[in-house]
Design a binder for this molecule. Structure first.
Ligand code: SAH
Length: 362
């Protein structure tokens, strides 16, 4: 018999299991706390459950996260984990410590099908979606591992779905996993500190606004459809006008929440003052912040990063136009843990051209 992985269960799923077994449903929340808040993997130690319930759980379930395959710590203390899934695929999860916060960057798919021209994850192609246990399991694993490592800063205060994959192409599992991150009986993270990042799969984005309280980053990177389709092919199916329309109404006005637009700074590609002006116009009636990202290079990359002077000029222009703008600090690049450098080890690579065909039908 194949045992169920508790990490795939939302609290309501667990309640039905417990009720079927014949105990009161509040036991589900107790199990949730042991597993997610305290990081337990062994049912025997869940001391407020009856011995028979513990036995039942042990016989029928596991608490299994992706397995550590490789761990590298960068000069700036960023940690890069390569985690093996129960098959030939490996994904990457990154921990980025700062003075007063720790950010975990999580993958949503084994590989990625979006085929963006500037991203190294695209080079490896796509294998499959991660299930809920493999998404939330990265957080479960990381918290336990950080405690073992005895590092200076071991607290995960923020989670960003900015690892490998396009979260909105694995919609249901990402919604469930982010729900657990926010759930007070599980990880209890603030909605301001859990972020879904997407290239913008417009219909799914609209649905996300109804189903998730998490924060949102949209990887914009270009201000015309022509250039955006060139560097983010999925833009052909979901062009800027429709994407901006969904963004405009993404958060209810009274919430005062803002979307972050990530904007990669590609040397002489999208970094002119004309681009800056178009960007201001494009997001002018959307409550927004902009995060400028210096391009991180990799072998075979077709692009280079804009020089810092131009990035600063671009930022100053946006700030003058009253758009809060930050420049993303590059972290962990000496161990290839920086944005766009995550490759994992993806089995049975499907040619991305074939995949694009499927996505266009999506
Ligand atoms: N598919 C989602 C989630 C991945 S997030 C998304 O695109 O939003 C990864 C972030 O790193 C994205 O903003 C992406 O555009 C950025 N990125 C990709 N390649 C990069 C590179 N070479 N240098 C810097 N940032 C990069």
């Amino acid at each position: 018999m194949i045992k169920g992985n508790i990490l795939n269960f939302e609290v309501s799923d667990l309640e039905s299991v417990i009720e079927k077994y014949g105990e009161k449903s509040y036991r589900a929340k107790q199990i949730f706390k042991w597993v997610h808040q305290l990081g337990y993997t062994d049912f025997s130690n869940m001391s407020n459950l009856s011995l028979s319930l513990r036995d039942f759980l042990r016989q029928n379930f596991t608490v299994s996260t992706p397995m550590l395959e490789k761990e590298v710590i960068a000069a700036d203390d960023t940690i890069r984990w390569v985690l093996n899934l129960n098959c030939k695929n490996s994904i990457e999860t990154i921990f980025i410590p700062e003075n007063n916060r720790g950010t975990l960057c999580i993958s949503s798919q084994a590989g990625c099908a979006a085929n963006c021209g500037f991203c190294q994850t695209a080079v490896g192609g796509f294998n499959r979606d991660l299930d809920v246990s493999e998404i939330i399991g990265q957080l479960h694993f990381a918290r336990n591992r950080l405690q073992q490592l005895n590092v200076n800063m071991d607290k995960i205060t923020n989670v960003v779905m900015m690892g490998m994959g396009e979260p909105l192409l694995n919609f249901d599992n990402v919604v469930k996993a982010t729900g657990m991150m926010l759930d007070d009986d599980a990880y209890g993270l603030s909605k301001h500190r859990v972020t879904v990042s997407t290239v913008g799969i417009t219909p799914k984005l609209k649905e996300l606004s109804k189903k998730s309280q998490a924060s949102l980053t949209v990887s914009l990177h270009a201000t015309t459809n022509k250039l955006r389709t060139e560097i983010i092919p999925i833009n052909k199916k979901y062009p800027l006008e429709g994407l901006m329309n969904v963004c405009r109404n993404y958060f209810p006005k009274e919430s005062k929440r803002k979307i972050t637009f990530a904007y990669l700074m590609l040397d002489n590609v999208n970094d002119s003052m004309e681009d800056a002006k178009r960007l201001v116009k494009l997001i002018s009636n959307i409550p927004a912040k902009v995060n400028l990202i210096p391009f991180n290079s990799f072998e075979g990359a077709k692009y280079g990063s804009s020089p810092m002077a131009r990035i600063l000029e671009f930022r100053n222009f946006l700030v003058e136009k009253n758009i809060p703008t930050t420049i993303r600090k590059t972290r962990g690049d000496d161990v290839f843990a920086a944005c766009g450098q995550l490759v994992g080890d993806i089995a049975k690579r499907t040619k991305t051209t074939k995949l694009m065909h499927n996505i266009v039908k999506y």
